[in-house]
Design a protein around this ligand. Structure first.
Ligand code: UD1
Length: 369
């Protein structure tokens, strides 16, 4: 009887959970014959039920085997705590490979820690770049990819970025998008949030708004200007605003929000994506939401100057509005007059990415099936 080979799946913050779910499921399907076992390591970067536990429950992800419970802090504090916790874990109970996903602080901290202990790293969603070094996620992407052995990529843009930075093609696997696997697996389970009727929502009769990037939400002045501009150009249609904890702090300092705004708690996965699917458009500064909106064919207005996901603009429903609130009006006008661009689905976003990754992983660890 062989001893199981352990692979760590790292998850720390909300956008990680939907990315590990299909990988865990696909590894489960490989079955015990594959001799490969995964361990879910939650760093605890996000810890509220609404930012974390709800996602595990709804998406059927097994409870984390380990929770490092790092909690809030500055980026340096979170990075340091995650590294210390993960180093202790690997030293006391080693794994044979560390799989990190996305671009959050937990991704970078665990990748560096593993590689320094000579544990190979695979990065799911590797290679994407915004080119904007003011975004902490871009630093996380650069640092993670510098110590990654194998890259599972979501787009040809990512492959090109990696090639340009000197990564050889045999380390890059263009497999598609695990976040879209999760969306397609759950599309029939999406359901309206409890406030649907109370808020007077009707299909294609409201907007969804999410904001959490430090440069948009960390000062009342900037956040207030965005909100005012959105209020001015949405013709009184409801704007459903699930407020991220980071944004809540600044929002509470604003004297008022427009009367068509409905500020709600962060939503669980089924409810949030139901809202997106049935909305007229999404206004956001998130990256992942631009991908989900693209697949659901919903117009997406991104309040950023750059994107690390250019396929959502070239092929999908996304447009970059930029960082100046006064630029938003004409985009909302296009939505309201039904003149949004035609769109399609990016290559390989077909719901089978987790399976592709699970097929490749054993080969990388040296197990031939
Ligand atoms: C993080 C990720 C970002 C991701 C976002 C999604 C990094 C650098 N950023 O940003 O890429 O898009 O998550 O949500 O990793 N807080 C709570 N409850 C929680 C989690 C956080 O109240 O469950 C508070 C924290 O105390 C902190 C603030 O929210 O004050 C921000 O959390 P933090 O983990 O620092 O980063 P995010 O802004 O969430």
């Amino acid at each position: 009887m062989h001893e199981d080979i352990v692979v760590d799946l790292i998850a720390g913050a909300r956008p990680n959970f939907m990315k590990i779910a299909p990988i865990a499921k696909a590894l489960d399907r490989l079955g015990s014959g594959a001799n490969i076992r995964y361990r879910i390591v939650h760093t605890g970067q996000h810890y509220d039920a609404r930012m974390s536990g709800d996602f595990f429950r709804q998406l059927g992800i097994p409870e984390p085997d380990i929770n490092l419970e790092v909690g809030s802090g500055s980026h340096a504090q979170q990075t340091a705590k995650i590294m210390i916790g993960y180093e202790q874990l690997i030293q006391s109970s080693p794994c044979r490979m560390t799989v990190v996903v996305g671009d959050v602080t937990s991704t970078m901290a665990c990748a560096i820690t593993a590689q320094k202990l000579c544990i190979p790293v695979a990065h799911v969603e590797g290679g994407i770049r915004s080119g904007d070094w003011t975004m902490p996620e871009e630093i996380n992407r650069l640092a993670t990819d510098a110590v990654t052995n194998w890259f599972f990529t979501t787009s040809r843009f990512a492959n090109d970025n990696l090639r340009r930075s000197g990564v050889s093609d045999d380390r890059v696997f263009f497999v598609g998008n695990t976040m879209i696997d999760t969306l397609l697996q759950n599309i029939d389970r999406l359901r309206p949030p409890g406030f649907w009727h109370d808020a007077g929502l009707t299909t294609k009769g409201f907007f969804v708004l999410t904001l959490h990037r430090p440069n948009n939400v960390d000062t009342p002045d900037t956040l207030g200007r965005w909100i005012e501009e959105i209020g001015k150009h949405t013709r009184g249609l409801p704007v459903i605003f699930p407020v991220h904890p980071r944004t809540a702090k600044t929002l509470s300092a604003l004297p008022t929000v427009p009367s068509n705004f409905r500020c709600v708690e962060p939503q669980a996965y089924f409810e949030f994506n139901y809202l997106v699917r049935h909305s007229l458009a999404v206004i956001t500064d998130s990256g992942g939401i631009t991908e989900e909106a693209t697949v659901m064919g919903v117009p997406c207005l991104t309040l950023r100057d750059t994107t690390e996901r250019p396929e959502t603009v070239e092929t999908g429903t996304n447009e970059l509005v930029g960082c100046k609130p006064e630029a938003l009006g004409p985009y909302l006008e296009q939505v309201l007059s039904g003149r949004w661009k035609a769109s399609g689905i990016p290559e390989m976003w077909d719901g089978k990415t987790g399976e592709r990754i699970a097929e490749i992983l054993p080969r990388l660890i040296g197990i031939t099936q």
